[in-house]
Design a protein around this ligand. Structure first.
Ligand code: SF4
Ligand code: SF4
Length: 145
């Protein structure tokens, strides 16, 4: 059984912290996009793919596309700390904080908790729910590779 077998509490308070570069060595700096994310955001914004990629994205050397940032903040974070594309936000954002790499006790109680005041409050997610969110998110990006 995982260390979170009794579940984990999480309740977002809309502070926008996870939309800003954070963590040691800016380890949480990138919002990666799958092709499906790109399609959904383009449809939402009424932009052609090429225009969206040119205006809002950067490419990693390993081929991944990620959202560009403005002084460390996600390009789509507005001045009030709200996401401008919330209804079509990338799966990575939707799945936060239940990422596979975050489901390590030291990481969860360390850098994840440090940057996200929603950790430890709000709804209790069961271990099964948490695992499903994490594995669905992994598959979302794996399908794109
Ligand atoms: S850092 Fe946590 S509480 Fe703040 S917006 Fe992100 S998920 Fe919500
Ligand atoms: S896309 Fe939206 S939810 Fe995701 S990091 Fe940017 S502002 Fe935050």
């Amino acid at each position: 059984m995982p260390w979170y077998r009794d579940g984990l509490r999480f309740g977002c308070i809309d502070c926008g912290g996870c939309c800003r570069t954070h963590g040691q060595d800016d380890e949480y700096a990138f919002v990666y996009l799958s092709g499906k994310d790109v399609d959904a955001i383009c449809a939402h914004l009424g932009l052609e793919r090429i225009d969206f990629l040119n205006q809002h994205c950067r490419h990693d050397r390993d081929g991944w596309v990620h959202l560009s940032r403005v002084k460390g903040d996600c390009n789509f974070l507005n001045a009030e700390g709200r996401c401008l594309i919330y209804s079509v936000r990338p799966r990575q954002c939707d799945a936060w904080p239940f990422w596979t790499e975050n489901l390590d006790s030291a990481r969860w109680h360390g850098p994840v908790k440090d940057c996200c005041p929603g950790i430890g409050r709000g709804r209790l997610y069961t271990a099964e729910e948490i695992d499903k969110i994490a594995t669905d998110r992994d598959a979302w990006y794996d399908d794109d590779e």
